[in-house]
Design a protein around this ligand. Structure first.
Ligand code: HEC
Length: 197
């Protein structure tokens, strides 16, 4: 499968270079060759697996890592008094980097077309407050454009967090954590929570 894909790309690239070589002449046969291979390349099945559901991506690639980023900078008031937490060791920062990268790639995964929202027969925890997986699927089919925009919003926030991690900037880590939260809730408000909640 992989081999076939590489071979396809090679045909596609040579078609492009052929038509580039003769672009000043712009003759019909090369144009025909170019469009034929474009169609051929586009009709190839997507190489991405969409087996894993959106719900699983939320819990495995996104929620867990968002919590790690949100908890990285925090103030806890308890019987020991007020304790401030912030990442200190290289190990702490590396773990946060893994979380930011996971959300960035998790957002890509959200945009892979054709995913189910949940496994067949799975129900939501609070169906009176949340759209059922079937209802979410209907919304997705009706407006994919907004879904992609919300996923990109999530990805942009995670990229900001990655930058904060790489520059070891604790203030930005906490500031962009709020941005991340807004990105989650903006999408949930449209695709998950029933109106008025
Ligand atoms: C592009 C839209 C979108 C974005 C962005 C998004 N979510 Fe979700 N999320 C959904 C949808 C839709 C569901 C409902 C799926 C279902 O029925 O379980 C969901 C469900 C969840 C669930 C429930 C999973 C389960 O096991 O039932 C959690 C937890 C969650 N999201 C956390 C987050 C967090 C945290 C963020 C931000 C860091 C986030 N989501 C960003 C669309 C989004």
């Amino acid at each position: 499968m992989k081999k076939m894909f590489i071979k396809m790309s090679a045909v596609f690239v040579s078609a492009i270079s052929l038509s580039l070589a003769s672009c000043s002449e712009s003759s019909a046969p090369e144009e025909a060759l170019m469009s034929a291979s474009t169609i051929e390349a586009e009709s190839q099945p997507s190489p991405y697996s969409n087996e894993i559901t959106l719900r699983e991506i939320m819990s495995s690639l996104i929620d867990l890592h968002a919590d790690a980023l949100w908890n990285a900078v925090r103030v806890v008031a308890d019987s020991n008094g007020i304790t401030e937490y912030a990442p200190e060791s290289e190990e702490d920062w590396n773990a946060l980097r893994i979380s930011a990268v996971s959300i960035i790639e998790g957002a890509n995964a959200l945009m892979v077309p054709g995913r189910r929202v949940a496994r067949p027969g799975a129900v939501g925890e609070f169906p009176e407050f949340e759209f059922t997986p079937e209802e979410v699927e209907e919304k997705l089919a009706a407006d994919r454009q907004s879904w992609v925009q919300f996923s990109r919003g999530l990805q942009d926030a995670a990229f900001e967090l990655l930058e904060a991690v790489d520059s070891r900037n604790t203030d930005q880590l906490s500031e962009y954590g709020a941005l991340l939260d807004e990105a989650c809730e903006a999408c949930h408000a449209v695709y998950w929570y029933r109106a008025g909640i």
